[in-house]
Every structure is written in C-alpha cells, then in structure tokens.
Design a protein around this ligand. Structure first.
Ligand SMILES: *Cc1c(COP(=O)(O)O)cnc(C)c1O
Length: 393
C-alpha cells in the first residue's frame, strides 16, 4: 500500500482524532524512518519521546523476540520474574521505591492520583497542578492537565483540581490548604513548551507537601529514562519526590507505564485497591529491562547530555542568524526552540526535506532526538532546519 491508499483507509475506518502528517511510515531504524514510498526521514522527535533510544534498538528487538517465544502474557494473579526485575532496576535508578506497572503515561498518573487520595486522610482531596501542564487524556489526568483547550466539550471536569501558574512560588503557597492531597508537576513541561521548573519551585513543593502531609508527585513520563542526561528529571534538583510516574521511553516502543512511590506510601495499595490487566506483563517488562540495559551498555546518559549541549550550540548559531528564533531552552535532549511566529510551516517544510521535528503551543519547535543521536545526525538536522528557516522564518 502506498501513502494515498493508507490515507483513504483512514478516511473511511479510523477516527480522525489526530492531526497526522501525510506520510505512512513502514520502517524505523535507529534515528531514521522510512515511509511507504521508501523516503528516508531523519527523526528528531521519535515517537513523541517513546523511541528514546531510537527505533527498533537491536537489544530491545532481541529481548522481545526471545520473550515472545517463552511467554507473552500472564496475569498479575501470578508472580512475574521480569516485572520484579524491572521494578528493581528502576528502584535502583531512582529513590529506592516500589513500582506499580500499567500501560501508559495517563494510567501511571491515574495510579499516582489514586494513591495520593488513598494515602492521605479523607478530608484531603485536592490536587494542585500547573498551568501549561500535560498529564494525559483520561478524565482525571486531563482534568490535571491545566490547559482549557483540552477540557473543551468535556465539562464538567473531575472535582478537586486547582491550577496555579508554573514556577510561581507565591501562588503555590496561597493555594496550599489543609485539603490538598497532592501536587503534580512535570520537572520540565514538555507539551507546555519545554519549561523547566526552578530549584526554588521544587524545594517549595517539597516543603509545602511535608508541612501539610501532602504527596509530591512528579510526572516524569517525558523527562524520565534518561532524555535529560540523568535517569529522571528530578535528579537535576536537590529534592526527593514521593511519587514519580513514567511511560513513553520505558518500553522502547512497547506500551508500558509505571508509578514508583516510597515503600511507606506503597503500603496503602493493598489487594483490591488498584489494578491493570496488562500492567507489567512479561513482554512489556522484558522490553523495559532491555531499554535500561541498552542505556547502560552504550553510556547513553552521557551521550544525551553531550549531544544536548552540542545541539543547543548549533541551535544558538541558528538563533543568531534568524530573528524568528527568540530563545533556545532545554536540558539534555529535551530542547525547545521558541519562535515569535507560528512553527507549523517550518515543521512541514522540514518533513518535505527529510527531517521530522515537532511544534507545540503554536510557536515552540521541539527538538528531542533519541539518546543514540550522533553529532553527524545533529549536523544533518541543522542543515535542513537552516534551509527551512531561510524559506519560512
Ligand atoms: C505523553 C505524556 C503523558 C501521557 O502519556 P500517554 O501514554 O499518552 O497516556 C503524560 N504526561 C506527560 C508529561 C507526557 O509527556
């Protein structure tokens, strides 16, 4: 099937709830995609951060093949060795907590919100989240997502959520009452346009949660698993959260999400309180283990930090050349290019020239290559972006 034939099928049979780029993708290898016509595309936004170590990483492919021949799924009525092993590996890379496994970022955040309600006394029920956040599309997580455009047509939202401006310490303090069960924020807002939490903001959340018996939840669905140059985004700060959630890059392309919390808080999720049928099955966990092993084997945390620095250097040179770029910001390979004009045309132009990037919030280009990206691939991306900016900027 060619791209046109695939698009015709979608017209007839697939709900049109996504704005799709006009390409049918049939193959991915490392940092490149191939469409149905055989065109090669340099992917600097792989799977919206899902393919964090590139497409079809050989170690992940091998682990999945092996696991598929042994056991694809077994329910959580039994013990699952791969689930235990992945939980141990994640625990050792974070704050020594315990994991609950699910299948997506939204589900991981749902688990975190339910945990916070259940852990805290009954009179505590409120959640504070930040404007510009993105936490998912289920009813609780889209309510947590403090962007009115995502609520349109779905009112009333779930009760109990309050929104504060991101990085505003005073607003947070003012919103903090006895009724607050938890605060949920992203260490670096992704969909919100690559906005980094300040050290002071993180410290204030920690302090207010401690003082009021509330739960500090960090949504690490995009920042987790190495993209920022550390295993988790919170590790750039001098704080320890009570809960982190992750998903996207965890399975290297296989659907898996996880919520990690302290042993103390984890104890409130006794049998019957929360569950997921597919959560933590052998296939997904084998993929997760392989992702963590691949990051270590190829020293990809260091590569993410180094390539992030290099990309920012190259992008800063483009900023000096094109006044449409007003700021470059980011940590590691989570990089935003702030424009003073809409970015959609630049994204389309780049794709035509064989480069995939993303635009969020209308005027922030997201440059988020996989942790396996090379300087040569960044150079290749910059050449294309440069020529797109020359035409569109
Ligand atoms: C993508 C994302 C989510 C939602 O994850 P899904 O797997 O789409 O449910 C939640 N939080 C953040 C920060 C994300 O980037």
């Amino acid at each position: 099937m060619n791209t046109t034939e695939v698009m015709d099928m979608f017209d007839k049979y697939v709900v049109a709830n996504y704005k799709r780029l006009p390409r049918a993708i049939v193959k991915g290898e490392g940092n490149y995609l191939y469409d149905a016509e055989g065109n090669k595309i340099l992917d600097m936004f792989p799977g919206w951060a899902v393919s964090g170590i590139g497409h079809c990483h050989p170690m992940v492919v091998e682990a999945i093949r092996k696991q598929a021949g042994e056991l694809l799924h077994i329910d959580n009525t039994f013990y699952i060795p791969q689930q235990g092993q992945l939980a141990k590996m994640l625990s050792q890379r974070a704050f020594g907590g315990k994991c609950f496994f699910c299948n997506s970022g939204a589900e991981a955040n749902e688990a975190a919100l339910k945990l916070a309600r259940r852990f805290t006394p009954r009179e505590k029920y409120k959640f504070i989240t930040a404007e510009g956040s993105f936490h998912g599309r289920t009813f609780a997580t889209v309510t947590a997502t403090a962007q009115p455009k995502y609520h349109e047509g779905f009112l009333p939202m779930l009760p109990g959520f309050e929104y504060v401006p991101f990085n505003d310490v005073d607003a947070l303090q003012a919103a903090f009452t006895d009724e607050v069960a938890g605060v949920m924020i992203e260490p670096i807002q992704g969909e919100g346009g690559i906005n980094m939490a300040t050290e002071e903001y993180m410290q204030t959340i920690r302090h207010l949660c401690d003082a009021n018996g509330a739960v500090m939840i960090l949504d690490e669905v995009q920042t987790g698993l190495g993209r920022t140059g550390k295993w988790f985004g919170y590790q750039h700060y001098d704080v320890q959260p009570d809960v982190i959630t992750m998903a996207k890059a965890l399975g290297g392309g296989v659907a898996i999400g996880a919520m990690m919390t302290t042993e103390h808080m984890a104890a409130c999720l006794v049998p019957g309180t929360h569950a997921s049928t597919f959560g933590g099955n052998p296939l997904a966990c084998a993929a997760g283990i392989a992702v963590l092993e691949a990051i270590k084997a190829d020293d990809l945390l260091a590569n993410a930090a180094a390539m992030g620095k290099y990309a920012v250097e190259r992008l800063t040179a483009l900023k000096d050349k094109y006044p449409v770029i007003t700021q470059i910001r980011g940590t590691g390979l989570m990089i935003g290019i702030q424009l003073n004009a809409p970015g959609a045309g630049i994204v389309d132009n780049c794709l035509e020239k064989g480069l995939r990037i993303n635009c969020t919030q209308g005027n922030v280009l997201r440059f988020m290559p996989s942790m396996t990206v090379t300087p040569e691939q960044i150079d290749e991306a910059m050449t294309i972006l440069d020529s797109a900016l020359a035409q569109e900027g």
